[in-house]
Design a protein around this ligand. Structure first.
Ligand SMILES: [Zn+2]
Length: 422
């Protein structure tokens, strides 16, 4: 085998001719000079249509390729422009990289695969790239998948959710398929107009196929849903209803903490826990109060026992939160009966936050009953919700919302990135 062919194989290149190989001392990297094979030449970078040459374009440039061992590798080639009938003067297509990319396709695919399966640090250190670069890479990889698959096909029962991804009121609307647990659509926004774009993408025929829509009780969601999928059953998202109970519980927890001994106001106006005292114990019990009862550690159980003995009011609030969770765990008629009892219990609880919550739940009773009847898996919805919220933290450092959406789609959309194959 000729040397250049060995390099072609080593770099996993197809439809590409290797012209020469050098070591660039300055860049401490192997530089492989290449050109597209005859049948891959002079094609438009956007559509792949064979076109006539326009000009030299940017001249010669480099693409980062996968390392050989621990040595960096770059591909180097001319990038003339062609005159596409549709796109006008456009940089030529190259077989080894996506249009507009500074990394090869294999590098992109490897980075995306790692980003979904490992940590931020692992990707950046292994591939020696900045996290922000990984963001642009996964946006490209996901755009390819988006172009090849129809995520909106066969939707019957969907969940609409809003996710805050950055401080300062930045939100995404995400749509989840309740039957598969997949994330199917996401866009920045938190308004009726953005939601309409989802229904536009779905189209009237597929809108008519939607039987259930679960969402929180926000008015802007209700408006779009009533207009575009009027026949679908509207369900209250159990995840949000339980979150309301958590908020009510938090009101009581703060009350207990403020009333407890061992707490002193500091100069900055904040409270500081001094020494031991009950306030410290309440603070430490915070996670025990929030957690699912089944997931508690031994230590957290003790913390709850202590609250039960020393603060009956906070304990009552905790039991009310767990009671509401139980309603959605048993579902069906049993769930509805449990909810009747829960409403009576909350009304008489003498805890203002829960009295208010009970009114809110009564006002949304039809949608909550629909949730209890339709038999959707709350566990699935809750786990997808939790995963998306975790990803918003992983995506910190990305530029804009698109890389976050891409990461969420690659991780939860049912079409994961693939490693390069030769
Ligand atoms: Zn074109």
């Amino acid at each position: 085998m000729r040397n250049n062919n060995v390099w072609q194989r080593a770099c996993g290149l197809t439809r590409t001719v290797v012209e020469s190989v050098d070591f660039d001392e300055g860049a401490e990297a192997v530089v492989v000079s290449v050109r597209p094979a005859a049948r891959a030449r002079q094609r438009c970078g956007r559509c792949g249509r064979r076109s006539s040459r326009y000009d030299r374009g940017e001249g010669r440039r480099r693409w980062r390729a996968l390392d050989l061992g621990s040595t960096k590798v770059f591909l180097e080639a001319d990038t003339p422009r062609v005159r596409c009938r549709v796109h006008g003067p456009t940089v030529v297509q190259v077989p080894w990289a996506r249009h507009g990319a500074w990394h090869t396709r294999d590098f992109d695919d490897t980075a995306a695969w790692l980003a979904v399966r490992t940590s931020k640090t692992a990707v950046c250190e292994l591939l020696r790239v900045a996290w922000r670069t990984v963001g642009s890479i996964i946006a490209r990889v996901n755009a390819d998948i988006d172009a090849a698959v129809d995520r909106l096909d066969g939707l019957r029962r969907i969940g609409i959710d809003e996710i805050s991804y950055k401080r300062g009121q930045r939100y995404l609307i995400v749509i989840v398929d309740h039957d598969t647990g997949r994330l199917v659509w996401a866009e920045p926004g938190r308004d009726t107009a953005t939601l309409h774009r989802f229904f536009d993408a779905l189209g009237p025929e597929r809108c008519a196929q939607i039987t259930h829509v679960s969402a929180d009780m926000a008015v802007w969601i209700a408006k779009a849903v009533a207009e575009r999928v009027p026949n679908a059953m509207r369900c209250a998202d159990a995840f949000h209803v339980v979150a309301w109970a958590m908020e009510a519980l938090d009101v009581e927890r703060r009350r207990a903490w403020n009333a407890a001994a061992g707490r002193r106001r500091t100069g900055t106006g904040r409270y500081r826990v001094t020494g031991g005292g009950d306030s410290l114990r309440i603070r430490r019990a915070r996670y025990a109060l929030w957690k699912n009862n089944d997931d508690l550690t031994e230590r957290q159980r003790h913390q709850l026992d202590w609250i039960a003995k020393t603060d009956p009011r906070l304990w009552r609030a905790y039991l009310l939160k767990e009671g509401l969770r139980y309603v959605f765990a048993v579902k069906g008629d049993e769930g509805k009966q449990a909810l009747d009892r829960w409403i009576g219990w909350a009304r008489r609880s003498r805890l203002p936050a829960f009295v208010e919550l009970q009114q809110r739940i009564t006002a949304n009773r039809t949608a909550i009953d629909a949730t209890l009847e339709c038999g959707m898996s709350n566990a699935l919805i809750e786990s997808t919700n939790t995963k998306i919220r975790l990803l918003t933290r992983v995506a910190f450092g990305f530029h804009g919302p698109q890389p976050l959406i891409a990461l969420a789609m690659l991780a939860l959309g049912g079409y994961p990135p693939r490693l390069p194959q030769n």
